[in-house]
Every structure is written in C-alpha cells, then in structure tokens.
Design a protein around this ligand. Structure first.
Ligand SMILES: NC(=O)c1ccc[n+]([C@@H]2O[C@H](COP(=O)([O-])OP(=O)(O)OC[C@H]3O[C@@H](n4cnc5c(N)ncnc54)[C@H](OP(=O)(O)O)[C@@H]3O)[C@@H](O)[C@H]2O)c1
Length: 281
C-alpha cells in the first residue's frame, strides 16, 4: 500500500514521512527540487509541481491515500490528476481559520485560502479527512534571529495566550488518518495542549536553550511597520487580530491529538527542545 505525501519537504511533511516509514509503510513524495529534497532511500521521490498537476504520468498510480498540502495559489491541478488516477482517499491539510469560529477569521487570508482548498476537495467527491490545526509552534521561529543576536524579542500583546501545536502532532494525526480506517469524512480541529501567554512562550524557549531572554512590548502599529518588509499586509492584520483577541479570550486547547493518536499532544517545552538549535548561534 503506497501513501503519497505532497508538501513533503516542509516540517509537517518531513515528520509525516518519518512516521509513515516507522510504521513500515511504502511512501512516495512529490517535490519540485529532488536534488535538494534529501529523503531516505526507502522513499520514492517524484519530481514535479503537485499543485499545478505537473507530475509524471505514473505519479499517482497505485496510491492508496494521499496527503494534500494546501499550496498557496490552489491545488486544482493535483485534484484533477487525483480524480483521473482514482485515488481512493485524501487527507487534506487545512487550518482552524477555515472553521470561521471567530469574527476575526471571516475573510482573513488564511480563512479564504483554506476554505477555497477545502471546497475544491469536496467537489472531487473523493472521501477526505480534513486537518484543521490552529497556531503552529513553528511560527515562533521568527523570533530566532532576535533571540540569537540580542536575547530580546519585541512584539505587541505580550499577555495574549495561544495554544501552539507541534508540527509532529499535525503529522501524527495525518499518519493515523492515512494508516487507519475510519477517518474519511472527519474534520479534525486541533491545537497544542496548553494556552500560554506570549511571554510564557518566550520563557519556554529560554529554558530550552539555557539563556535569559526578554520580551519588550511594542505597539501594534510599530510591529506592523517593522514587518511590512517581510509580510503581506493581510498576514500582518491576521496576526494582530489574533493576538489582540487572545488577550481576553485565550485559545481553548483541543483534545484532538490525543483522541486520534492515543498519545498526549506535545507541549511547547518539547517543541522548544526539539528546535533548540534554531535558537542557538
Ligand atoms: N502557520 C500556521 O500557524 C498554520 C496553521 C494552520 C495551518 N497551516 C498550514 O501549514 C502550512 C505550513 O506547513 P509546512 O511548514 O510543513 O510547509 P512549508 O514548509 O511551507 O511547505 C512544504 C512544502 O510544500 C511545497 N510547496 C509549498 N508551497 C507550494 C506551492 N505554492 N506550490 C507547490 N509546492 C509548494 C514545497 O515543497 P517543494 O519545494 O519540495 O516542492 C515546500 O517545501 C501552511 O502553508 C498552512 O497552509 C499553518
């Protein structure tokens, strides 16, 4: 039984490939750049751009289930290829923002993108499991440069509290949906196990790397101005709305990871330990 993993060179995809191999599964991945991808020899690597469907003719032959990465710009090409190849089942990576649980979600960059991808998958009629993770712990990697160079992080809303999820837990739920029966038609909203203030998130990283770090509050306007050179205005707005809302209404942790995988969701302390080297010079 072969499982296809798209988006395999990212943090979620790499963890998923490792977990599938550990379970003894046959794994095929797509990547636009096989020379850089560097997978274990047991992995079958297919060169091409899955999102546009620009894949070799046999890329999807014999695939039992496919993990679908929500490429920006859409995945219509891949879905057309999957329908043609009669792929029996899909596991789609989406986002909690697609659930539209909060006013801030409606029309946000992530909501619009992930809802469009979900709707495109529904139209294929291929039975699908939809994964809707909230805030990924990996978003904290954008602190790495400040941590390494000055030990000081500047940001707004220091008391806002989120429940960041480890990429390996998103992958673990994906692996369960691929390897086991009974997940088709399910939508899994998932978060990390604990809501932590942004100052507590930084303190968790400080403990993992054995350093003293400080969080210095700046205004939302100053943050927006600083980030304008790195991020689209819609992404900055989405972040500020999220942090502003979660000052008074912290993220509510979901039990999904444990319910689906049978093991507790990884804590932020575990994530920080796994990513120590990202924060060390
Ligand atoms: N950040 C969050 O808080 C959050 C929350 C919920 C959901 N998410 C979802 O999680 C995703 C990030 O996951 P990740 O960090 O594991 O992935 P990633 O590193 O952003 O991307 C994984 C791989 O997907 C392929 N890819 C990316 N964009 C593509 C495109 N437009 N066309 C074709 N291939 C493309 C690339 O592979 P090759 O270069 O090898 O082809 C890339 O290395 C986000 O994009 C979002 O959809 C994020």
């Amino acid at each position: 039984m072969t499982f296809l993993v798209t988006g395999a060179t990212g943090p979620i995809g790499r963890s998923l490939v490792a977990q599938l191999l550990y379970a003894g599964a046959a794994v095929r991945v797509t990547t636009r750049d096989p020379a850089k991808a560097q997978f274990p020899s047991a992995v079958e690597v297919v060169a091409g751009d899955f999102a546009s469907g620009d894949l070799p003719p046999n890329a999807l032959s014999g695939v039992a289930k496919a993990f679908v990465f929500p490429a920006l710009g859409g995945i219509d090409g891949f879905l057309a290829t999957a329908v043609e190849a009669q792929v029996p089942q899909l596991v789609l990576l989406s986002s909690l923002s697609a659930a539209g649980e909060h006013d801030r979600d409606h029309g946000s960059m992530s909501n619009v993108h992930h809802l469009a991808v979900e709707q495109a998958v529904v139209k294929t009629d291929i039975p699908t499991t939809v994964l809707r993770p909230g805030d990924m712990a990996n978003n904290l990697l954008y602190w790495a440069w400040s941590v390494k160079t000055s030990g000081t992080v500047y940001g707004p809303y220091p008391t806002s509290a989120q429940a960041p999820i480890h990429e390996a837990d998103i992958a673990a739920v994906a692996a369960a949906a691929l390897l086991e029966d009974g997940h088709a038609g399910k939508t899994y909203a998932m978060t990390g196990p604990q809501a932590l203030k942004r100052t507590e998130q930084l303190a968790t990283i400080a403990t993992a790397i054995g350093a003293e770090l400080q969080f210095v509050e700046i205004s939302p306007e100053a943050f927006a101005e600083q980030m304008a050179q790195f991020m689209a205005p819609g992404a900055i707005k989405m972040l500020l709305d999220y942090w502003s809302d979660t000052v008074d209404e912290p993220d509510v942790p979901r039990p999904t990871v444990e319910q689906v995988t049978g093991r507790p969701a990884r804590t932020l302390a575990e994530w920080a330990t796994d990513h120590r080297t990202d924060f060390l010079v």
